[in-house]
Design a protein around this ligand. Structure first.
Ligand SMILES: Nc1ncnc2c1ncn2[C@@H]1O[C@H](COP(=O)(O)OP(=O)(O)OP(=O)(O)O)[C@@H](O)[C@H]1O
Length: 607
């Protein structure tokens, strides 16, 4: 590491440990990096154990892909052999396409899930060559310890923004990733000219209407002193101040308004009469000059009258120190965060809480997390399970519960209410109701598995324990939570050895339906942790039904069985093909032939 990078590393260490960088060090860290560090910490980026969030695979505007693909394919070819990868990301930091084939860089990028569909925002993983470009609006080169997250230290990332040449809207970010030691100031101009080439292609792709509107806009800003914008059906052209002024105004509503005025409603009041209102106390639309093509209105030049000075702040609101909402369970989907916060709020009020959901979805895990947010100590929390195999007589559940209550727990979790008979449910309900009068009564959280229809006899009990009710949605409805949950489970089962999922594996997991929810995933991950040799779990290690697109053709039921047997024998014999073939009674050459017939590479590990 060079001396200057050692200084940056020391500054980073101070920041992470004490929250501040001493002046003597701060002076030697680039201003854009320091600002990004500050933003990252304020946004609550996960730096210790960051996980990129999978957002899906089709995020970029088609025009950007069309313009960028040939340029970046050529760049990637030119970089081939230099251990560098190129990413095209959309305006929200989601990777749209990746060009990385060199054996040196590819596993490094896979390791941090720098791959298609993953979001590399500053908020997720701190200072980096994608998110920091979006936040600052400028090209940036981040090298080694300038990244806050440990996981990114091995990289130099050079990111440049791509703006639409007509609207000046941020279309996306192009980033080159290489080894930290390969950083070089000359890379930034190289990437800037790459972005310019993409922007030129975007301009060439622009429609005649867009160009016409741009021409009118350029004339308007040259001849008028008032703030102006060009507004069309799918296009909005304005400078940064006007863009700030109109922030929050729905663009579709603005177009409707402009169209109503341009088509004859003589002023804003008439347009409002037509049911469209976009003006605010900050501005009103003073003039609206239609722009026509072949007799058809394609847009308008809008002149604004500003009542109050437009804010002079930067494009984005200043970050606040408010921590983002987090969940004690892995995952950040809106559905999960909302259930967790609702259940936590209910528990804080002291009312009994009923958690419903499919089998294995994590109701008990949520119950424990919710209780952990109260003053109930885990060692003074009783869990009584109506479906426990040893409670052969459901009425025994009530006596067990009574016995637990005599020990004066701080909280009690009643699991699997659906397993109670109507009699046992009625007795449980009476017991819980008698508690309500008692001072120091324990908090009550219950779980109800809703795969089947609950017995009618449960109604009263559900009303008793369900003063507060939440439903934990199945994993298939929370695709965003799949990767974080799988990673958390792997952390639990990997027994301290280095082991992680390849991005392609996480994508397969995301596509799976998970009928058995987290429990099914838990069993799968435990199995993978004990069978996969080497540090990476590739998609081929997954059961066939989860491999998704990794397998090229659909197999018949018999083929599925046969291939399943071969893979399981390979797993049992640590990949030894002779032993695996012997175990299933075929020759080694037959095993090779069969693997090839299933389009699997016999020389790769499939276990
Ligand atoms: N958020 C989570 N993180 C890690 N593991 C989890 C999580 N949620 C559930 N699990 C694991 O998944 C399995 C099922 O979880 P849990 O028992 O909480 O589900 P449940 O909804 O109560 O299931 P059921 O209704 O079938 O009893 C357990 O092995 C648990 O350890």
């Amino acid at each position: 590491m060079t001396t200057s990078m050692k200084v940056v590393d020391a500054a980073r260490g101070h920041l992470l440990a004490d929250g501040v960088v001493p002046d003597r060090l701060a002076r030697r860290v680039r201003g854009d990096v320091l600002q990004s560090w500050k933003r990252s910490l304020m946004s609550g980026a996960e730096l210790a154990n960051p996980t990129l969030t999978f957002k899906g695979e089709h995020h970029a505007r088609a025009a950007l892909r069309l313009a960028a693909d040939p340029v970046l394919t050529r760049l990637a070819t030119e970089l081939s052999g230099l251990d560098a990868g190129v990413l095209l990301c959309d305006h929200e930091a989601v990777v749209v396409r990746r060009w990385a084939s060199d054996a040196g860089i590819l596993p490094m990028m896979d390791r941090i899930h720098s791959d298609v569909g993953f979001c590399i925002s500053e908020e997720t993983i701190g200072t980096n060559g994608v998110g920091s470009v979006i936040e600052s609006g400028q090209a940036i080169q981040i090298s080694g310890p300038e990244h806050l997250a440990e996981a990114l230290q091995g990289f130099t990332c050079v990111g440049v923004p791509v703006h639409h040449p007509i609207t000046r809207r941020l279309e996306g970010v192009i980033t080159m990733n290489c080894r930290a030691t390969s950083g070089n100031p000359l890379l930034t101009p190289l990437m800037t000219s790459t972005a310019q080439e993409v922007e030129s292609r975007l301009l060439a792709q622009a429609t005649t209407s867009e160009r016409l509107l741009l021409d009118e806009y350029l004339v308007a800003i040259g001849s008028r002193r008032a703030p102006v914008a060009a507004v069309g059906q799918d296009i909005f052209i304005a400078g940064p101040k006007v863009t700030d002024l109109l922030e929050g105004v729905d663009r579709a509503a603005l177009w409707e308004y402009v169209r109503a005025v341009a088509m004859g409603a003589s002023d804003g009041a008439a347009a409002r009469g037509a049911g469209v209102a976009v003006e605010s106390e900050r501005f009103r639309i003073a003039r609206c000059k239609p722009v026509e093509r072949d007799g058809r209105i394609i847009g308008a030049i809008v002149e604004l009258e500003v009542d109050r000075p437009a804010p002079t702040t930067s494009r984005r609101p200043a970050p606040t120190a408010t921590p983002k909402s987090t969940s004690p369970l892995p995952g950040k989907s809106a559905a999960l965060l909302s259930v967790v916060s609702h259940a936590t709020r209910l528990a804080a009020t002291g009312v009994p809480v009923l958690i419903e959901g499919e089998a294995g979805v994590g109701k008990l895990a949520l119950a424990r997390a919710v209780l952990a947010s109260t003053d109930a100590a885990p060692e003074r929390t009783a869990v009584v399970d109506a479906a426990a195999g040893w409670i052969e007589d459901p009425s025994r559940f009530v006596s067990l519960l009574r016995r637990e209550l005599e020990l004066e727990p701080q909280a009690v979790v009643l699991r699997h209410l659906e397993a109670l008979t109507p009699e046992a449910a009625a007795a449980t309900s009476a017991l819980l109701e008698s508690l309500e009068e008692r001072p120091g009564a324990p908090r009550v959280v219950a779980t109800l598995t809703t795969n089947g229809v609950p017995a009618a006899g449960l109604r009263r009990l559900i009303d008793t324990v369900g003063v507060g009710r939440v439903t934990l949605p199945p994993l298939r409805d929370r695709a965003e939570d799949v990767a974080p949950t799988a990673i958390a489970l792997l952390e639990r089962h990997r027994g301290g050895r280095p082991l992680h999922f390849a991005s392609a594996t996480l994508r397969c997991l995301m596509r799976a339906p998970w009928p058995g929810n987290v429990r099914q995933m838990d069993a799968l991950v435990r199995g993978l942790a004990s069978t996969v040799i080497g540090p990476v779990i590739g998609p081929d290690a997954l059961p066939l039904d989860l491999q998704g697109n990794a397998r090229k053709r659909d197999l018949s039921a018999i083929e599925e069985l046969e291939l399943g047997a071969i893979l399981s024998a390979l797993r049992q014999h640590n990949g030894n093909k002779v032993a695996a073939a012997a175990a299933i009674g075929i020759s080694r050459s037959t095993l090779y032939r069969k693997l090839q017939a299933y389009r699997l590479d016999p020389d790769k590990q499939y276990f």
